[in-house]
Design a protein around this ligand. Sequence first.
Ligand code: ZN
Length: 456
Amino acid sequence: MWCCVRVLALAPLLALSLPGSTRADPPQQASQPVVLFRDVRIFDGKSAALSAPSNVLVRGNQIEKISTGPVPIDGTPNATTIDGGGRTLMPGLIDMHWHAMLVRPNPVQSLASDVGYLNLLAGAEATATLMRGFTTIRDMGGPSFGLKRAIDQGLLPGPRIYPSGAVITITSGHGDFRQITDLPRTIGGMLSRVEQIGGSMIADSPDEVRLRAREQLMQGASQIKLTAGGGVASPFSPLDVSTFTEPELRAAVEAAENWGTFVCTHAYTPAAIERSIAAGVKCIEHGHLMDDATARLMAEKGIWLSTQPFLDDGGEGGADQLGPAEQAKMRQVIAGTDTVYGLAKKYHLKTAFGTDILFSESEARRQGGRLAALLRWYTPAEALIMATSTNAELLALSGLRNPYPGKLGVVEEGALADLLLVQGDPLADLNLVADPDANFVVIMKDGRIYKNTISK
Ligand SMILES: [Zn+2]
């Protein structure tokens, strides 16, 4: 026994001193898998037109070469050629407002179920999300750290996750899912169920906000999310209320900025948005009830708008799972969808695309359809640029806390290889993205092929 312990303790030293064991290996580059997409027209994430027929070489997890001329790979070990046949190669889609842990369960299940079961549900959904062509999601609330880790380790297929961890809210705010019978809270007493599982944390002073923000950062949050105003799915937060005080919001901003990242706030109303901006928040989530003056302020200050098309088309983000009072709030927000996109266009706001689909597996299948719904306000190219390179620009705001350093949302040399091969031209017909099963014939994330229906 003693002997084994001694050998184990020496193992790291032994590994270092074994002669030539690693140095004799061929250079790592040669063993990395290589994929050549031959004869593809490229939507690069930025340009409104497709490229001339091109060849794209992926080595490891990066795009190494893009050329209209031949790219020879003869003799390259571990190489795959995909004959694009003139199809469109584009960046993987990015959803900037997702809740990986809350898509599949209904509201009651999300609070009352065993955490192991919730994680397995989320894992199944993460695989489905990737297979819809969403290669990256920004998680705007929920305990997604374990899921992210498992996906990154290759335990299951799923998108890249930029986690926020728990949403930070106030007593009665959006994210406080307690009942009246849970009151009064004993200071220092037991946490509510949603806090115990890391879904949201209730904080009622700058110090509490700072503590909860730092706890999310400690777990690997790439950005911090607070609810600055009322929300649809919470039982005790009217839509019109502003929740955190400015010093409370600023406490989170300071904690995040000290950590090299930033704060996003859930905010529908002008008051909630303006207070967020005053406190140093960099990104407003939703904004559906904003007004002209608020939009102008966002433009002046360079504040991001991360929003989504909530529409009255029978699928409004799982609203059928909500009670009548919540559904009434949902209708008010839906009525603001046209306003928010109108103002975003009028003031050229930096606008990111997300879906915020909750509590509904069937609605999640319409994730790509949500993107296609942007056709009411944008051209196909504008919508696709938003869901790829523009979204990636917002992801990069996490700075050194970015869990996936490298370029996302573009098809260019040196970028991370998250790619979709599309049957048809999505710049001509955006509705192609609404049917990923039929139209995304290859799905690649981080250089690895997760779907390939082209016969070889
Ligand atoms: Zn949300």
